[in-house]
Design a protein around this ligand. Structure first.
Ligand code: FE
Length: 199
């Protein structure tokens, strides 16, 4: 098999990705519209606002909350939040004594349709290694100080499971409607490193 040597500069990851794409396109390995469709998903559809919608609904609708905890995939699919990295979704319920946090210690997996793409820090070696060893300390460094009575429960993403954290509805949010509640739920809240706060 002959290989063509790219004549372009390939010293950066972006240049190497473009060179690889060109080779695959030249060989007819990229289906029509594939890149455009994936780019649209990443830029416009995989959004933590999706997870915020799920969490806020669970805070105000007990039937939906039960469904979310029993079958996260089905609950998210009600809003169309399915697809790559969202094939098997598990919601992790915080309680007064348990704070859930998610990580992918192997790489960077998140629940793309519901959380969006992972933040840079989530992919760092330091976060992945330290969260599983000293979760409480890492949370404190990220601004979330938990009392000793709260257990930190770290969930390592597996090959199939994609998590989202269902935090407790914060104190002082009793007067907020579902739409206002959504605004309390950020990507960090869905990962579990932050708590929803009423400002
Ligand atoms: Fe991963």
């Amino acid at each position: 098999m002959s290989t063509s040597v790219p004549t372009t500069d390939t010293s950066t990851p972006g240049q190497r990705a473009r060179a690889l794409l060109k080779v695959m396109q030249d060989k007819g390995m990229v289906p029509d519209g594939y890149i455009e469709q994936l780019t649209d998903l990443m830029e416009n559809q995989w959004d933590p606002a999706n997870g915020a919608r799920v969490v806020a609904r669970a805070w105000v609708d007990d039937d939906y909350r039960r469904l979310l905890l029993e079958d996260g995939t089905a609950a998210c699919a009600e809003y169309g939040y399915t697809g790559p990295q969202g094939e098997y979704i598990v919601a992790l319920e915080d309680t007064p004594t348990v704070k859930n946090v998610i990580v992918c210690s192997l790489c960077s997996c998140t629940n793309w349709p519901v959380l969006g793409l992972p933040p840079e820090w989530y992919k760092s070696f330091e976060f992945r290694a330290r969260l599983v060893r000293e979760g409480r300390t890492v949370l404190r460094e990220l601004g979330t100080e938990l009392p000793p009575s709260v257990q930190v429960c770290v969930w390592d993403t597996s090959a199939e499971s994609r998590y989202l954290v269902l935090p407790q509805r914060p104190a002082g949010s009793e007067h907020l409607d579902e739409e206002a509640l959504r605004r309390l739920v950020t990507k960090d809240v869905l990962i579990g490193v932050a708590l929803p706060v009423v400002r």
